[in-house]
Ligand binder design. Structure first.
Ligand code: SF4
Length: 233
């Protein structure tokens, strides 16, 4: 798989970025990328978004991954002044749950704006997204054009099943976020993530008060299927 990925990335000029959001998928994508040649690794930035609402376990896992892969992950954060304004607008620390508008405002300030900074000057970004994760990702393609950020988006795990991901992580001995051991299956900000119950889908613990069709934070909000989001090299 890393050979296939390397061949695709060789056709893309310029700077590359991997968005590392502490999920098992991201760890697998990072592992695949680090098996590519220096020509790829030398122009790759691995970054994460620190929304200032992360679980303490996420902060600890961040260090675990840096040590395991012997890399430094660049951190992008929202500006403090913007967070202060946001907190006033939301009213209290749970205000993002009051409405979809509030939640999207919070995600925009804490995630979408810092993502734009992270992707500035890059030619492609690589994600750990999989179609099997959620209804909002069902039409995910290997290569997409990110209209908002004006760059190629590459999803090398897009067709991986849960079982394939588990098998890869085990075979490569990659450490996982500790909250996976406490029935979390997708891990984001602490106010908006809970453990899932038996039989619930992977992303049921993210923004659980919302309709499943709305559950994207803006980083990966995608056009409707057939709306021309695919990209070709
Ligand atoms: S996931 Fe929740 S806390 Fe994090 S940025 Fe979005 S609304 Fe805010």
């Amino acid at each position: 798989m890393s050979g296939e990925l390397e061949k695709i990335l060789e056709k893309i000029d310029g700077q590359l970025a991997l968005a590392f959001s502490h999920q098992a998928e991201d760890a697998a994508a990072l592992d695949l990328l680090l098996q590519c040649g220096q020509g790829i690794r030398g122009r790759l930035e691995v970054f994460t978004l620190d929304t200032r609402k992360l679980f303490p376990e996420t902060v600890a896992y961040h260090k675990t991954i840096e040590e395991f892969f012997k890399i430094t992950i660049k951190i992008y954060r929202p500006a403090e002044a913007e967070v202060e304004k946001l907190e006033k607008a939301l009213g209290d620390e749970w205000g993002m749950r009051d409405s979809l508008e509030n939640r999207r405002l919070c995600c925009d300030v804490r995630k979408v704006v810092p993502l734009g900074e992270a992707l500035h000057g890059k030619n492609a970004w690589i994600t750990g997204m999989r179609a099997a994760q959620a209804v909002t990702r069902a039409g995910l393609a290997l290569l997409e054009w990110d209209e908002k950020n004006q760059l190629i988006k590459l999803n090398p795990l897009c067709r991986w099943t849960d079982e394939e991901l588990d098998a890869y992580i085990k075979a490569r001995g990659i450490p996982l976020h500790p909250l996976y051991g406490e029935s979390f299956k997708s891990i984001g900000c602490s106010p908006c993530t809970r453990a899932v119950l038996e039989g619930e889908d992977i992303r049921a613990g993210r923004w659980w008060w919302e309709d499943p069709s709305q559950k994207e934070c803006g980083l990966h909000r995608r056009p409707r299927p057939g709306a021309g989001q695919g990209a070709h090299l």
